[in-house]
Write a protein that binds this ligand. Structure first.
Ligand code: ACO
Length: 428
């Protein structure tokens, strides 16, 4: 393998170094392209072939269906770790020892109160507002109550901001739900674990004791781990690019939440359940919807299928499918939606349209089935995704700032009008 890539343009030859990652991934470093060629750039809509950074956080191999956080397989982490351990691992690079984990959790707990005035902001939203819009606004609003931007040269200042957002974000998540349900806003308890606290804040009623169900706690913990990071996806790239202007951590995260909302990204979990419900209402005719998904004249897509990077099974989908079966079984729930999902999956995996395009179920094909079983309303699903992705976004933002990455500013090829004279309005 040559260590250089050669590019010929108009009879001239240019050489570019090849960079190799620790998992043997290769990339052509074209950072000198524009200068050395006198202004030529690369064009890559959707960044399908473009690496925006070097990162040591998450490795995924879409062809083989592999996902690792900091060198640990997602299968092992989902089975053996807790969400907060995984959050620490992603953000700081190593699994915490018991003392580090306890301190991390303690520091987070002591930041899990928000300014009372945040309630006034929440109050101004109509109940019908989509929870993702509310969450993004409230996360942005936190900046107003914590106005000093983080001094990223100080690890201590960075750590303080990180535990602050990890403490306050679940409060915002639960208030988003409670506002929607018309329930009083509450706080959790410092005596509970991170995930237990989330559930208690979301579901406790003012007039009765909330009893935690260990099956539900474990299921949510697993889901959050599976969503915790996924390298340079749409929302993560948004967080990194917003933060690259030295915008603060909280607003960079708010940008990521907005990017996650779309149905082609995190919004897919809501879209999947709505699709499955529509199929059920329509008599359960999966073949009809398969035909719609394949019809190029029809905008309908099989939600929860396909992935920009995975051209093999999404490893998270495998874990979630198994978990969905177990959780529904443990909770004694029979959900016809799960049967429709399984039926669609089977048909798609045997259909040449999906096989040829390497379209497999992604993480969100089955996650909604679990959220539904946990009693979480459909339009809160993407909010739960955001809760899981929070440590990943933080880790990526921190890495970007510590690596002193330059401001993110892509180029373009201009295809508009060339210079023309201005015509006064009366002559047009
Ligand atoms: N249903 C039907 N056809 C599909 C689907 C689908 N879900 N996904 C892709 N295709 C087809 C496209 O029409 C295209 O066909 P063509 O080659 O005949 O034109 C081909 O497969 C390639 O699709 P692209 O859109 O070019 O692939 P891309 O990598 O840009 O998109 C994406 C990936 C956005 C995830 C896409 O597969 C999709 O829209 N899936 C449904 C939404 C979804 O589940 N999103 C969640 C992703 S996971 C996450 O963000 C957590």
């Amino acid at each position: 393998m040559s260590e250089k890539a050669t590019l010929g343009i108009n009879g001239k030859t240019y050489e570019f170094p090849i960079v190799k990652g620790t998992e043997d991934e290769l990339g052509i470093d074209i950072s000198s392209l524009r200068n050395s060629t006198g202004g030529i750039i690369t064009l890559d809509p959707g960044f399908k072939n473009t690496g925006s950074c070097e990162s040591a956080i998450t490795f995924l191999d879409g062809e083989k269906g592999i996902l690792h956080y900091r060198g640990y397989s997602i299968e092992e982490l989902a089975e053996k770790a807790e969400f907060l351990e995984v959050a620490y691992l992603l953000i700081f690079g190593e699994l915490p020892n018991k003392e580090q984990l306890d301190k991390f959790h303690d520091d987070i707990k002591h930041q899990s109160v928000v300014d009372e005035d945040v309630k006034k902001i929440l109050d101004a939203f109509p109940k019908s507002a989509h929870p993702m819009g509310v969450l993004s606004s409230l996360t942005s609003a936190l900046t107003a109550f914590n106005p000093s931007s983080v001094d990223v040269r100080s690890e201590e200042a960075m750590y303080k901001s990180i535990v602050k957002i990890l403490g306050k974000f679940p409060v915002l998540v639960s208030w988003t739900l409670r506002k929607k349900m018309g329930q009083p806003l509450n706080y959790g308890s410092t005596s509970l674990g991170y995930v237990e606290n989330v559930l208690q804040m979301m579901f406790s009623q003012p007039n009765e004791e909330y009893v935690l169900n260990p099956i539900v706690v474990e299921a949510l913990d697993k889901l959050l781990i599976l969503h915790a990071d996924h390298e340079q996806n749409c929302s993560t790239s948004t967080v990194r690019i917003a933060g690259s202007s030295h915008a603060g951590l909280f607003v960079s995260l708010a940008s990521g939440i907005s990017a996650l909302w779309g149905p082609l990204h995190g919004g897919a979990n809501q879209a999947v359940i709505e699709m499955l419900e529509a199929i059920q209402k329509d008599g359960g005719d999966t073949k009809k919807y398969m035909a719609k998904a394949k019809d190029k004249e029809d905008p309908f897509r099989l939600m929860g299928f396909g992935h920009r990077v995975y051209k093999n099974f999404d490893p998270r989908a495998k874990i979630i499918k198994k978990a969905a079966d177990a959780i529904l079984n443990d909770l004694g729930i029979e959900d016809p939606i799960l049967d429709i999902a399984k039926g669609l999956e089977k048909e798609a995996l045997e259909d040449s349209y999906f096989v040829d395009r390497k379209l497999y179920p992604n993480v969100d094909f089955y996650s909604g089935v679990i959220y539904r079983a946990l009693g979480i309303p459909t339009d809160m699903f993407t909010v739960m995704f955001a809760l899981g992705r929070l440590p990943g976004w933080i880790a990526q933002w921190r890495e970007m700032r510590l690596n002193k990455e330059p401001i993110g500013r892509p180029r373009q090829i201009y295809i508009g009008k060339t210079l023309r004279p201005f015509i006064p309005v009366e002559e047009r």
